[in-house]
Design a protein around this ligand. Structure first.
Ligand code: 5GP
Ligand code: ZN
Length: 117
């Protein structure tokens, strides 16, 4: 069923507390934790506790939950005192998605180039 935890999903396990992570924020519906391989001084992942394979599936199934993720990216930026930051949802293998549980990357604390690679 849409949104149900998946046994083989790393981020479901982090959301359930079965895999450790440096969690910096948690709400009823979301968890924010530091990326294990940071690409910037701040590199935090914001995930829904419910499982959706990517941002597109999340937005289609539960727009309010998608909004929760966006709201939490701002809370993460405030927590790390970031004035500028980048929010990334890699969606699909060709865009660099490697973990198929929807997540927003919040990146900041250094200069950013545009366009991204
Ligand atoms: P994606 O490539 O799917 O957009 O992003 C997945 C992110 O998850 C990567 O930036 C990767 O470093 C991070 N990641 C993968 N495994 C773990 C883990 O076990 N713990 C944490 N905190 N981050 C992880
Ligand atoms: Zn999952």
């Amino acid at each position: 069923m849409a949104g149900e935890p998946q046994d083989d999903c790393l981020f479901c396990k982090i959301a359930e507390g079965h895999v450790p992570a440096t969690i910096i924020r948690e709400t009823d519906t979301t968890v924010a934790f530091r990326d294990i391989n940071p690409q910037a001084p701040t590199h935090v992942l914001v995930i829904p506790k419910a499982h959706y394979r990517d941002a597109a599936a999340l937005a289609a199934a539960d727009p309010a939950l998608a909004a929760d993720i966006l709201r939490e990216t701002k809370a993460v930026a405030d927590e790390d005192k970031l004035e500028s930051y980048r929010i990334v949802f890699n969606t699909g293998t060709g865009a660099g998605q490697t973990v198929f549980h929807a997540h927003a990357h919040v990146l900041g604390g250094r200069g950013m180039q545009w366009p991204p690679g």
